[in-house]
Design a protein around this ligand. Structure first.
Ligand SMILES: [Zn+2]
Length: 206
């Protein structure tokens, strides 16, 4: 398809002069992509737009549900972000930003951990069990999902100690879990900073 530069009407590829206004089409390039998109009718665009918006919403809600309910997903995402953010990979030269700036960085990472990674994982939840579940009881994590209003989803984490018979013995305060999670992420941040320095030293000694 050749679109006339003078009257903007479409002509067949092999035309040298516009069949509507007679303008020279010799230097007009053949535009196949444009004509394909132009052929899509408005109703089809509506379907495409609705499908795209629905797809994005579905992916957002799906990943939100996955991060808040499936143990380990948020831990992995935050670990990867931490590895990049603290300069472990790709390896950046260790710097000494000053204790205040370092504290800001570590606090931000730990707050992300406490808010995003509430389900934790089998390793991160060990300290919760050790600190709060009495001897002979074990920790079980679950979540309560409620929809108080359309479009609103509340996911509440539920950490409870169960005895050997499977009876719930003790429900753990979520603030206690978040406190432990915050400390864990501070430690993880320090660990990543230490790993970065170690890798840098090993690489520059050889
Ligand atoms: Zn023309």
């Amino acid at each position: 398809m050749k679109t006339c530069t003078h009257c903007h009407k479409d002509n067949p590829d092999d035309f040298n002069y516009c069949r509507y206004c007679g303008a020279d089409l010799t230097y007009v390039s053949v535009n196949k992509v444009k004509s394909f998109w132009k052929k899509i009718p408005a109703w089809a665009w509506i379907i495409i737009i609705v499908a795209a918006v629905a797809g994005i919403l579905f992916a957002l809600i799906g990943s939100f549900i996955a991060v808040t309910t499936i143990e380990g997903i948020a831990s992995i995402v935050l670990l990867v972000l931490g590895i990049i953010g603290f300069g472990v990979a790709p390896l950046r030269k260790p710097e000494n930003p000053g204790s205040f700036t370092r504290a800001i960085g570590l606090s931000f990472f730990a707050l992300m951990g406490a808010t995003v990674d509430q389900p934790g994982n089998i390793i991160y939840n060990q300290p919760v069990e050790i600190c709060f579940c009495d001897q002979g009881t074990s920790l079980n994590r679950d979540e309560n999902i409620s929809n108080p209003m359309p479009g609103t989803t509340i996911v509440q984490q539920d950490f409870t100690c169960f005895d050997e018979m499977g009876n719930p013995v003790k429900s753990i305060n979520m603030f206690a879990v978040l406190g432990i999670r915050f400390l864990e992420y501070v430690l993880l941040g320090y660990l990543l900073i230490a790993i970065r320095s170690l890798i840098w030293k090993l690489r520059n000694n050889t």
